[in-house]
Design a protein around this ligand. Structure first.
Ligand code: NDP
Length: 477
């Protein structure tokens, strides 16, 4: 037994993760259900480090030092269970099984409990950064026991992305904490992409600008507060010309966004936890809406062009308005995502460090962005921050952006350009800062039709009004 760590499942992600481990000096046991993938990894990249290939799972397990650490990188769902079931009888007490696929955290909690009964550590680990990240340094979000992290930590921290000498990997918390945080990461990614798409749409409609011109605007934005991987690649995608037609690439792509499910999970869990992640929800629904081609066609035929003609007068001022509205809406999306992590952490007793989470996301992952440093500072200096929006840096950015945000949302509504994420983020902000909400009327209605009772602003206790009586007197609820 010579390998320090093993990877089973050598499709794009597992293959690159194994290469990353080998390139960093670890001896890596490698295995895949179909042995061709194992052979081709060694044939193509055997010179990058030390691989110990096996064609059977038993030989693979046998090639690992104890306690064994096995990374499972197979298709999420039933295949992951199948591989775990095959692995468990081959392992011994204290060994570690890492699931680095995109599992639902509830599955991770179930698997962790089962493996714990066998004396094994099960570590559901979020990995972000796609194929390239896996090879060159991903963002790694490991859950599972603190004990398992003693073995995994030094390895994962070495292969993770590094920002300012700090690894984009930290132990997130027990059982499903890592996969939960990865899920919210993907939810924020949905919101971020929807906001970018809306900003592009606004610039195109308001300025009549070409995708190439808008690419330049995004390139410029990427030198300031908005600097991030997604803004950077937006410029690349918008600047790209389709070779076949000579048209802007973005004009030849079918406008129906697909999804693999992590955004949907994020929204479903937020509903269960009672956390209003409106930006992520709008982004997820916007993707669904885009796919309803039949309804879109019917509505387009019926209503046609329902907005006013939009003619922006001051180009530079409008670009700056959109930039500020984008930043403010993005802050809302992150604030909501971190609220959800805090709520999940409380619900499942994970004790997740929010500042640490922002640290892990600074590099390697899809939502890596300059302002994650600010999020880390905000939660490090005030772990019980009521909402990210009130942390000084973000409060300033939002306050500075409010007039722009209102102009952009109002102008786009008049022009008939849909901005679900921009406008719902603004509504969220206005609802949070309102002195009084119409929720009071909702309570009155609930009491009227269902005797659900209400609380008063001036006295303790629950009350009910006898709505059916002539004098509508109030009684204790
Ligand atoms: P896939 O999700 O396409 O899965 C293919 C791998 O799963 C192959 O190694 C395949 O083996 C194996 N497999 C499938 N069914 C079984 C089974 N019943 N028993 C044993 N092995 C099985 O691979 P990816 O590399 O794209 O992704 C791996 C994981 O990483 C997934 O959970 C994915 O969600 C996650 N992920 C992917 C990212 C990406 O950008 N692609 C980013 C982050 C996470 P065989 O070769 O024998 O068919």
């Amino acid at each position: 037994a010579t390998a320090q760590i093993g990877v089973t499942g050598l499709a794009v992600m597992g293959r690159n993760l194994a290469r990353n481990l080998a390139r960093n000096g670890f001896t890596v046991a490698v295995h895949n259900r179909s042995p061709e993938r194992t052979r081709s990894l060694v044939a193509d990249h055997g010179d990058e480090g030390t691989f110990v290939p096996s064609e059977s799972l038993a030989d693979f397990v046998g090639s690992l030092e104890r306690p064994r650490a096995v990374i499972v990188m197979v298709k999420a769902g039933a295949p992951t269970d199948a591989v775990i079931d095959e692995l468990v009888p081959l392992l011994e007490e204290g060994d570690i099984v890492v699931d680095a696929g995109n599992a639902h955290f509830a599955d991770t909690r179930r698997r962790e409990e089962t493996l714990r009964e066998h004396g094994l550590h099960f570590v559901g680990t979020g990995v972000s950064g796609g194929e390239e990240g896996a090879l060159l340094g991903p963002s790694i979000m490991p859950g599972g026991s603190a004990e398992s992290y003693q073995k995994l930590g030094p390895i994962f921290e070495k292969i993770a992305a590094q920002v300012d000498g700090v690894a984009c990997c930290q132990h997130v918390g027990p059982d499903g904490a890592g996969h939960f945080v990865k899920m919210v990461h993907n939810g924020i990614e949905y919101a971020d992409m929807q906001l970018i798409a809306e900003a592009y749409d606004l610039l195109r409609a308001g300025l009549g600008a070409t995708p190439g011109e808008i690419a330049e605007i995004f390139r410029e934005w990427n030198t300031g507060e908005l600097e991030s991987f997604l803004i950077e690649i937006t410029a690349d995608v918008l600047a790209h010309t389709d070779a076949a037609s000579g048209k802007p690439f973005v004009d030849v792509v079918l406008d129906q966004a697909e999804q693999k499910g992590t955004g949907r999970w994020t929204v479903q869990i937020a509903l269960d936890l009672g956390i209003p992640i409106t930006g992520i929800a709008e982004a997820t629904f916007a993707r669904s809406l885009s796919g309803h081609a039949g309804q879109r066609e019917a509505a387009r035929r019926t209503f046609g062009d329902a907005g006013e003609k939009w003619q922006v007068e001051d180009r530079d001022a409008f670009v700056e308005d959109v930039r500020r509205a984008l930043l403010a809406s993005k802050i809302v999306a992150y604030a909501q995502g971190f609220d959800q992590i805090r709520a999940g952490s409380r619900e499942y007793h994970w004790d997740i460090d929010l500042g640490g989470t922002a640290t892990i996301w600074r590099g390697g992952c899809i939502i890596r962005a300059r302002f994650l440093d600010r999020i880390r500072e905000a939660y490090d200096s005030q772990p019980e921050l009521p909402t990210l929006l009130v942390a000084p840096y973000f409060a300033d950015a939002v306050s500075d952006g409010v007039p722009s945000w209102r102009r952009v949302v109002a102008d786009s509504a008049r022009a008939g350009v849909p901005t679900p994420a921009f406008s719902s983020s603004l509504a969220y902000f206005d609802a949070l800062r309102a002195e009084r909400l119409p929720a009071a009327l909702i309570q009155g209605l609930r009491d009227n039709f269902g005797a659900h009772t209400y609380h008063r602003v001036d006295r303790e206790g629950a009350f009910h009004t006898l709505w059916a009586t002539a004098d509508r007197s109030e009684v204790a609820g």
